[in-house]
Design a protein around this ligand. Sequence first.
Ligand SMILES: Nc1ncnc2c1ncn2[C@@H]1O[C@H](COP(=O)(O)OP(=O)(O)OP(=O)(O)O)[C@@H](O)[C@H]1O
Ligand SMILES: [Mg+2]
Length: 216
Amino acid sequence: MVEIRELKKSYGARTVLDLPRLTIAQGETVVFAGANGSGKTTLLRILAGLIRETSGKIEAPESRLYMPQQAYAFRGDLRKNILLGRGDKAEADRLLAQLGLSHLAEKKAKLLSGGELQRLSLCRVLARRCDLLLLDEPTSACDAEGAALALEAIEAYQAACGCTVLMSTHSPALAMHAGRLIVLNNGTIEADGAPEEILAHPETRWARTFTAGWQR
Ligand SMILES: Nc1ncnc2c1ncn2[C@@H]1O[C@H](COP(=O)(O)OP(=O)(O)OP(=O)(O)O)[C@@H](O)[C@H]1O
Ligand SMILES: [Mg+2]
């Protein structure tokens, strides 16, 4: 379970995140949507332990994995990038196949295209187990097929380990797929519920505008 109470993050006088109360059950998958600068990355980075909240209380599992918004490659081939000196080669190969990257396994990771690199970053995260998986725009660079593979891999991982999954996105497909969608606006929660309900009965004008294009 993830419990957030009175969570605030400020930079100088500017508060970029202000969440009075948020509860997410163990095993739940929640997608965060919202405009650029609405606080998605800030929230995920706080939960990942990479930055400190200004005030508030967070209860979350100790075992967490985080995939940053910017995908990156280490030196060496794709397999080496997933294993990082430990782990199981067969598991790395399974993940490469799952993400449609098997044909590139022996290539230098630094030469990958943007969408390939993002799928490799996902493989690197999914090669480890955790209780809380934090994915910042995991399909933003992927084409439709790559995004579908990424989503399937995330779901398979979640089904296998029962972890909680929190991810951010600008992708209508990913947001609509979520069991629970939370719309952030200026660091606050605009809407929280089933995506179809948010689309059918937008709680605010902003959410209505934001989601208007998704149905087309
Ligand atoms: N280190 C920092 N110093 C000052 N302001 C910051 C800092 N980090 C983030 N911000 C501000 O906090 C706000 C929220 O940023 P955040 O990265 O969480 O947005 P986001 O929802 O992830 O946006 P995007 O969709 O563009 O990824 C932004 O207005 C950003 O400029
Ligand atoms: Mg972001």
